[in-house]
Design a protein around this ligand. Structure first.
Ligand SMILES: NC(=O)c1ccc[n+]([C@@H]2O[C@H](COP(=O)([O-])OP(=O)(O)OC[C@H]3O[C@@H](n4cnc5c(N)ncnc54)[C@H](OP(=O)(O)O)[C@@H]3O)[C@@H](O)[C@H]2O)c1
Length: 250
């Protein structure tokens, strides 16, 4: 399946890991008329590889998804740039996992819980709210009008008995389950605006978060996800799917 994405695309957490690979592959698969807003918490930081070679189709935007002022400022920058053509695709990719795995109950504080929820749930919530202001409304697809919320297999309540013994990760699991509900609510709410909202599990991927033992590279995961995202339509809105398009139960 080929990648058919384009227009104005915003990716959060694009300085490393899956977010960086999303920007790289989107660049390879989009044209001169398309534009990618590569959002990073610290564009000048040591890890911000995305800034090293910035072609004209990419604008780097400072965005800390846990900071409402930062979200507002980023939205203003992007809103002024996209003007009438609107934002086509928002990829809520940035996330944290605290404390370090396996994040047992005894090792987890309230502060961990709040910090993870601010980044993994409140950030995507705010960006979705703003997406409505600047989106291109017209046709439910990732090429025209969509929000992709990066979720995970371990968010699945039904699958919890199968994987809880491997990693507990209370804040991460519960935040991503909340993100799934956000996906479901937005899908209902935004249907009238023809905005597709889908949760995606990228697979277990070699990144700082996924670790070195993961079976898949970011390249493989993103190749699958972009191809899968190209084929999403209204019937996929409000669902959780993996990088190959297989549906995951809530
Ligand atoms: N890797 C896996 O196996 C796996 C599996 C399932 C789901 N996922 C999901 O896939 C997405 C990407 O994960 P990854 O593996 O690429 O993780 P990663 O390597 O840890 O990268 C996380 C990215 O999120 C950014 N970020 C964190 N907090 C932020 C904030 N407050 N504001 C803005 N950016 C922030 C980080 O930026 P900084 O450099 O500034 O920290 C970094 O760019 C996440 O949503 C994750 O939950 C990953």
């Amino acid at each position: 399946m080929s990648v058919r994405l384009g227009g104005n695309i915003l990716v959060t957490g694009s300085n490393r890991g899956i977010g960086l690979e999303l920007v790289k592959q989107l660049l390879d698969n989009t044209g001169q008329e398309d534009h990618i807003y590569a959002c990073c918490r610290e564009p000048e930081g040591a890890g911000a590889e995305v800034r090293l070679s910035t072609p004209p189709q990419v604008t780097i935007v400072q965005l800390d998804t846990s900071d409402e002022d930062s979200v507002t400022a980023a939205v203003q920058v992007v809103g002024e740039r996209v003007t009438a053509s609107g934002l086509n695709l928002l990829i809520n990719n940035a996330a944290i996992n605290k404390p370090a795995s396996p994040a047992l109950l005894s090792a987890t504080s309230k502060a961990d819980m709040m910090e993870v929820f601010e980044t993994n749930v409140a950030g995507p919530f705010l960006l979705a709210k703003f997406h409505l202001l600047f989106c291109f409304c017209g046709q439910m697809s990732c090429r025209r009008s969509a929000i992709i919320n990066m979720s995970t297999l371990v968010s699945s309540i039904e699958k919890c008995p199968q994987n809880f013994h491997i990693v507990q990760m209370y804040p991460y699991r519960t935040s991503k389950a909340a993100l799934n509900m956000l996906t479901r609510c937005l899908a209902e709410d935004f249907r009238k605006h023809s905005i597709l909202v889908t949760g995606v599990h990228p697979g277990w991927v070699i990144t700082d978060m996924g670790g070195k033992e993961a079976p898949m590279t970011p390249q493989q995961s993103v190749l699958g996800m972009l191809s899968m995202m190209s084929s999403l339509s209204d019937k996929d809105s409000g669902k959780l799917v993996d990088w190959m398009g297989n549906q995951i139960p809530w």
